[in-house]
Structures are given as structure tokens and as C-alpha cells.
Design a protein around this ligand. Structure first.
Ligand code: MG
Length: 378
């Protein structure tokens, strides 16, 4: 399938798997952007021969420029470099896989070029969902979800004729590495413990978010915006095996589910090929040997981050940006060994209580809310 793609966040977990899909499906990576991983970016540039590569970190970019001097790959730096990769005219598609709020501007830039945007950066929708989707409409850009749960919902909604027939969206949640533990047992959790996810291999930030269940909370907000559903019509079910990626319940009580091996290459590929399906590199699901599928209720007392996210979803406006900014800052402190695992929700709760949420926010309001939340955590 011929497609020209810019991969924003190419050295991260989703970015690397995106490049596997691109190679396996005969697509072309015309631009790559990342934060600072020089060695991997050099490798990717030599393998995929994009016309430009960008590193946000200036020093890393200078190093990369030297390393790629023998090629005709153009090396750019800083946010401007990343924005240039996001808007490169030769790409019809952008994979937005930068992690965190820093992904917002490049994602918006790709949208404003009217590209197909395969969205893996959930923070963009959590912070600025209505604004981003409105811009997509204005600029004729199609946004397709890469997050496995949202891809599952997207696939289960396809058969539907009228959104009014949907009773609710049900997001599955693996429960993370600490499923079944009580709040007291979570006090001594180390960074190393938190980085061991049972089913998915992901970057550090999202792995910690999966351990606190904040990831599921962010995904509820993401689903709320993507599918224009009130938070009351979105439920979370614990499903330890990560085989069912999410479900849609219809008004007649029919439930549709999408199943697959826990392998991000499938949702990445579907965001690229929709409405077509083509053979690809993802692992097939061996239903005969995958064992029983189990379901349960999330423990909001042991994992208050999910409850806080649901609260922020209800509050609306800039509450999502406050939640996300506080969480990004708190997870950063946890990963740096400065605060404990249980301090993450405490910090987020404090930010939500102290920063006033603004309804129908402008981009300025959203950036201010993000900054204020981070300052409170610090
Ligand atoms: Mg997910």
C-alpha cells in the first residue's frame, strides 16, 4: 500500500512499531522526528532514508548532523524542526506518537495541513480534545485512533448506523502490575516495580500511568472526545488478559468486541489503512490456546488516579489539562525517585482542587492550566 508518512516520536515504542508496519506494508517514511535519541535516529534514518529527520534537543541534533553527514538526509532541530517534520508536504499521513503535552503543537500542525493523523498521543485529546477535533473538521484532516482501546471502539462502532443506538462504550483495562493489591500494599512500590507491565511493553511514562490506572482515566477522556459520548456512558472493566481491546454495548443489549493479541502493530496499521484491511506484521490471536478471559471491577480506592480522571472528565473544560499536567509532572518526580507511588494521586488531587477549571477554553487557557498544574506539583 503506497503511503507517505511522517512519524512524530519515531524512537519511542509506538514510533518503532509504526516503522515496522511501514516497512512490512510497503509504505514510505518521508520524515522522522523525536526528542533526543541520537543513535536510534541515525539507524532509522539509514534504514528508511527519509528526506528530513528532526530532534527536539539541539545538542542531540548537532551530533546527529555529524553522524549523517555522508547521507542526503536533512537534519533539523528544536521545536521548529519537529514542526517542519509534522507539516512536510510530501507526507499524506502523520503518526502522532510523541509522549505528553509536547505532542500537542506538532499534532495540531499536521492537522492544519489536512493530513490523515494517526493519533497515539492521548494527552493531546485529554488536554484539548474539542479544540483539536474542531480544527480537524475545519482543515479537512481525518483523525484515527492508534490507542488499542480506541481502535477497538472505532472498529466496533463501524457496524453501527446511528450513534443514538449506542448505550455505552466499555474500555478494557489490564489492571496493571499491581492489580489485586490494596492501597496499604502500594506504599513501598519502587520505580522498577512500576515499570513491569504484565502484557504490554511501552515507554516509561505510560507504563507508570498503567500502574496507577491513570492511563485508563486518560483513555476515558480520550474516548469521550473522540466519540462524543458523555462520561456517564463510558465504563471501565478489568480484563487481565488484554485480548478484548474494548467493547460497545448497544441499546438492544448487543455487545460488540474487538479481539486480538496484545500487539500495537494492529491498531497502528488499521489507523493507516482504514477503511481497508491488509495483511500485516501483527501477531495473530491463537484463540485455542489463549486460555480463559476474565472480567472484574476496578478498585477505585486502591487506584484513586482513575477516580480523579473520571472527576476531571465530569468537570470538563480545562480540568483535563490540569489532570494531565499534574500527572505528567508527578510521574516525572516519581521516575526521578523524588516522590513515592502513592504521592502521584495526592499531587494530582491537589492540582485539581487548587487550579480553577475554565469552561469552553481557548488554547491559551489550556496552556495556562497545564502550567499552573505543573507548578503546584513542583
Ligand atoms: Mg491504551
Amino acid at each position: 500500500m503506497s503511503k507517505k508518512i511522517t512519524v512524530l516520536g519515531s524512537t519511542g515504542s509506538i514510533g518503532r512499531q509504526s516503522l515496522e508496519v511501514i516497512a512490512a506494508c510497503g509504505m514510505e517514511a518521508v520524515a522522522l522526528a523525536a526528542n533526543s535519541s541520537v543513535k536510534l535516529m541515525e539507524e532509522q534514518a539509514r534504514t528508511f532514508r527519509p528526506s528530513i529527520v528532526a530532534l527536539a534537543d539541539e545538542r542531540a541534533a548537532a551530533d546527529l548532523r555529524v553522524r549523517l553527514a555522508d547521507t542526503n538526509v536533512h537534519v533539523l532541530s528544536g521545536l521548529e524542526g519537529v514542526l517542519e517534520a509534522a507539516t512536510i508536504s510530501s507526507a499524506d499521513t502523520a503518526i502522532a506518537a510523541l509522549v505528553g503535552m509536547v505532542g500537542l503543537r506538532p499534532t495540531l500542525a499536521s492537522i492544519r495541513e489536512g493530513k490523515r493523523v494517526c493519533l497515539a498521543n492521548k494527552e493531546t485529546l485529554v488536554c484539548a480534545g474539542p479544540l483539536v477535533l474542531e480544527e480537524a473538521k475545519d482543515y479537512g484532516a481525518k483523525v484515527y485512533p492508534v490507542d488499542s482501546e480506541h481502535s477497538a471502539l472505532f472498529q466496533c462502532l463501524e457496524a453501527n448506523r446511528d450513534r443514538g443506538e449506542v448505550k455505552r462504550l466499555i474500555l478494557t483495562c489490564s489492571g496493571g502490575p499491581f492489580y489485586g493489591k490494596k492501597r496499604e500494599e502500594l506504599a513501598g512500590i519502587t520505580v522498577e516495580d512500576a515499570l513491569k507491565h504484565p502484557n504490554w511493553s511501552m515507554g516509561a511514562k505510560i507504563t507508570v500511568d498503567s500502574a496507577t490506572l491513570m492511563n485508563k482515566g486518560l483513555e476515558v477522556i480520550e474516548a469521550m472526545h473522540l466519540y462524543r459520548m458523555p462520561v456517564e456512558k463510558i465504563s471501565v472493566v478489568i480484563h487481565r488478559e488484554s485480548i478484548i481491546h474494548s467493547l460497545v454495548e448497544y441499546c438492544d443489549n448487543a455487545m460488540l468486541a474487538q479481539l486480538g493479541a496484545p500487539d500495537m502493530r494492529l491498531p497502528i496499521q488499521y489507523a493507516l489503512t482504514y477503511p481497508k484491511r491488509i495483511p500485516g506484521p501483527s501477531t495473530p490471536l491463537d484463540l485455542w490456546n489463549c486460555g480463559p478471559l476474565t472480567f472484574g471491577t476496578p478498585d477505585l480506592e486502591a487506584f484513586p488516579c482513575l477516580a480523579l480522571a473520571l472527576e476531571a472528565a465530569k468537570a470538563g473544560g480545562t480540568a483535563g489539562a490540569i489532570l494531565n499536567g499534574a500527572n505528567e509532572a508527578a510521574v516525572g518526580q516519581f521516575l526521578a525517585g523524588k516522590i513515592g507511588f502513592l504521592d502521584i494521586p495526592v499531587r494530582v488531587e491537589k492540582a485539581l482542587a487548587q487550579v480553577r477549571a475554565v469552561q469552553n477554553p481557548t488554547m491559551r487557557d489550556i496552556l495556562d492550566a497545564d502550567k499552573a498544574a505543573r507548578e503546584i506539583v513542583r
